[in-house]
Design a binder for this molecule. Structure first.
Ligand code: HSX
Length: 209
């Protein structure tokens, strides 16, 4: 499935700040960290929980643990996903982390160069979260998802982005039908250079200069 967080006013407010061209790189990075944290929190609502007993200082009662929260692998697509990962780790503090570099070439091929790949072993109980703020043509993520598959078969594979274009969503869905896509918002379209409109510009440049 494809899910957006458009009905979450707080996530939409952070997105609005990220879109604003007057937001500087300090605030932009902070915004991405916040989105990682709050979208990660939203993701826990889709995770399996387990009932546990807990003893308060006064008596025993029932509680829960979010079982899947303990078995998360975050795949960080350089560069723009670094602050997003920082936020995600506040929710998934046990996460193992894979790092992948992917540089998209020019239109119309949008060829992907992937020079650095370091991904931990993926186990059957894992939830893999592939984080990249921007899903434009989907070329980067389909390439990364193909690579991630080599490291094991997880329980779930989730793509977590901030903005997606309809074209990128369709490409991922057609090549990886089992992958779940969570984004803050699905934007209108791609321009001829492969930029998302209205978008927020180049997330890597805005965060890191
Ligand atoms: C930007 O372009 C993003 O952070 C992604 O890594 C990439 C998305 O473009 P696309 O491959 O979906 O077209 O640097």
């Amino acid at each position: 499935g494809v899910y957006s967080f458009e009905d979450s006013p707080f996530i939409m407010e952070i997105l609005t700040q990220l879109r604003d061209k007057n937001t500087d790189s300090i605030e932009f990075r902070k915004g991405l960290v916040k989105l990682g944290r709050y979208m990660g929190y939203e993701l826990t609502k889709t995770m399996e929980v387990e009932k546990v007993k807990v003893e308060t200082p006064l008596e025993e009662t029932e509680g829960i643990i979010v079982k899947d929260r303990r078995n998360v692998v975050i795949i960080t697509v350089l560069r723009a996903a670094i602050p997003l990962m920082e936020g995600l780790i506040k929710v998934f503090e046990h996460a193992r982390v894979g790092i992948v570099s992917a540089v998209r070439g020019k239109a119309p091929e949008f060829k992907i160069e992937m020079d650095y790949v370091k991904i931990p072993q993926i186990k059957p109980e894992d939830t893999v979260i592939v984080a990249d703020p921007m899903i434009a043509t989907g070329s980067t993520l389909t390439r990364v998802l193909g690579e991630v598959k080599k490291y094991g078969e997880p329980k779930r594979t989730i793509v977590l982005g901030v903005l997606a274009a309809p074209e990128g969503i369709s490409k991922i869905k057609s090549e990886f039908p089992d992958v779940e896509i969570f984004v803050a918002k699905i934007d209108r379209e791609l321009d001829h250079k492969g930029y998302i409109l209205p978008g927020l510009g180049d997330a890597g440049d805005r965060a890191f200069g």
